[in-house]
Design a protein around this ligand. Structure first.
Ligand SMILES: NC(=O)c1ccc[n+]([C@@H]2O[C@H](COP(=O)([O-])OP(=O)(O)OC[C@H]3O[C@@H](n4cnc5c(N)ncnc54)[C@H](OP(=O)(O)O)[C@@H]3O)[C@@H](O)[C@H]2O)c1
Length: 354
């Protein structure tokens, strides 16, 4: 069978923001057959996956029975729970199904090296492969810098900016779980959800370093910086009170030979400069890669307004598709934990549908 005619049987594991993009894509793509859907929420059990994802019925009914899903015959599980469970992933791999995920392991950095051995063992036992992808980690802070590196003759530093206008471009639950509306001093003394995510983002730094053939000495985090609201900032579910945290900036640095090589900036704001103290002005939601060296090079990745004037930040679509487009190559590869460096340039299939 020619590669273009090949199809892959897939299971969608959980139907949150990312998983619903998966269901919609699998339902509309000639490359994938959706054969199973696992959900956690009781009210989704027994529903057609299409109803859950806001599209026409798919004929696949959601279950919360993990055993039923593990027993299914499929080429790949698109695994998108809130937190990756290594044992569950190993069980799926041993059951003969490849696993592609947005939820945890992207590259064997020191934090993931040992647990990665369990994954590799399960891949060997099941004759299967595992891959992690997404938008960041999994694309903007690793594939894009490495892709730009291809046209550089010297690299001094790589800066990666993730800027998110939360009220416009992120689900409303981000207000609460990211700690907006908290007292400034309380926010600065407590762990933050982004700060806790550093080991996950650091995997991208290790991937860049491996790709460039250098070794990261350590990854450090600067003090978190915040801006507060100068007035109440209303949103769909309440208000960020004046004087409380309304924007946050995290900076993480990967050091090589005692000097910063890779700097990640995570900037989440709920208002523009008129409503912030200090008057931060970070502009549009985007990823920006700035490479200092020879020749200095920049790249901006951002969503574009549709012809009908609507604009939704494609963060979750990019996250899901960054991983999903690798599924055919992952399924066709030899068994193992396949990082972007192992997969090389993947060949997204079924995207051109005239
Ligand atoms: N690398 C990247 O670029 C990137 C970007 C965004 C997100 N992510 C990761 O991708 C994964 C999915 O993100 P998401 O935004 O889709 O997540 P989400 O919407 O917050 O939740 C995913 C799903 O997990 C299930 N769930 C909820 N509570 C649960 C519980 N107590 N126990 C077990 N399952 C529970 C629910 O499934 P049902 O609704 O089906 O019941 C929920 O919809 C996360 O790990 C996230 O960190 C990665």
């Amino acid at each position: 069978m020619s590669e273009s005619a090949k199809t892959y049987r897939v299971i969608q594991w959980m139907t949150g923001d990312v998983g619903q993009v998966g269901v919609r894509h699998f339902a509309g793509s000639p490359v994938f057959d959706l054969v199973g859907v696992l959900v956690h929420s009781k009210d989704k059990v027994g529903k057609d996956a299409g109803e859950i994802a806001g599209i026409a019925p798919t004929g696949v009914v959601a279950t919360n029975d993990i055993k039923e899903i593990v027993a299914m015959d499929a080429d790949c599980v698109f695994y998108t729970p809130i937190i990756m469970d290594t044992e569950t992933v190993c069980r799926l791999l041993r059951s003969g199904k490849n696993v592609v995920t947005t939820s945890g392991f992207f590259h064997p950095s020191p934090d993931f090296r040992d647990a990665g051995e369990a994954i590799r063992a399960a891949c060997r036992d099941g004759g299967t492969s595992f891959h992690g992808g997404g938008i960041h980690p999994g694309y903007a802070g690793d594939i894009l810098p490495l892709t730009l590196a291809r046209v550089m003759s010297r690299i001094d530093t790589i800066q990666v900016y993730e800027v998110v206008n939360v009220l416009e471009d992120a689900p409303i639950d981000h207000i609460d779980w990211m700690g907006f509306g908290k007292d400034r001093d309380k926010f600065l003394t407590e762990p933050t959800i982004l700060g806790l995510g550093l080991p996950f983002f650091a995997q991208s730094m290790y991937m860049i370093a491996d790709g460039l053939g250098v070794t990261i000495d350590e990854v450090t985090a600067a003090e978190v910086d915040v801006a507060t609201a100068v007035e109440d900032i209303p949103h769909d579910e309440g208000v960020i009170p004046a004087g409380t945290v309304a924007a946050q900036r995290h900076e993480w640095t990967g050091w090589v030979d005692g000097a910063p090589l890779i700097v990640f900036h995570a900037i989440y704001v709920t208002a523009g400069p008129d409503q912030l103290e200090p008057a931060w002005d970070w502009g549009k939601t985007r990823y920006e890669i700035v490479i200092e060296g020879d020749t200095p090079t920049e790249l901006t990745l951002q969503g574009v307004r549709r012809a009908d004037g609507t604009m939704t930040h494609p963060g979750y679509d990019w996250t899901a598709m960054g991983a999903i487009n690798a599924i055919p190559d992952v399924c066709d590869a030899a068994p193992g934990w396949l990082t972007h460096l192992d997969l090389g340039l993947i060949r997204p299939r079924g995207l051109v549908r005239r």
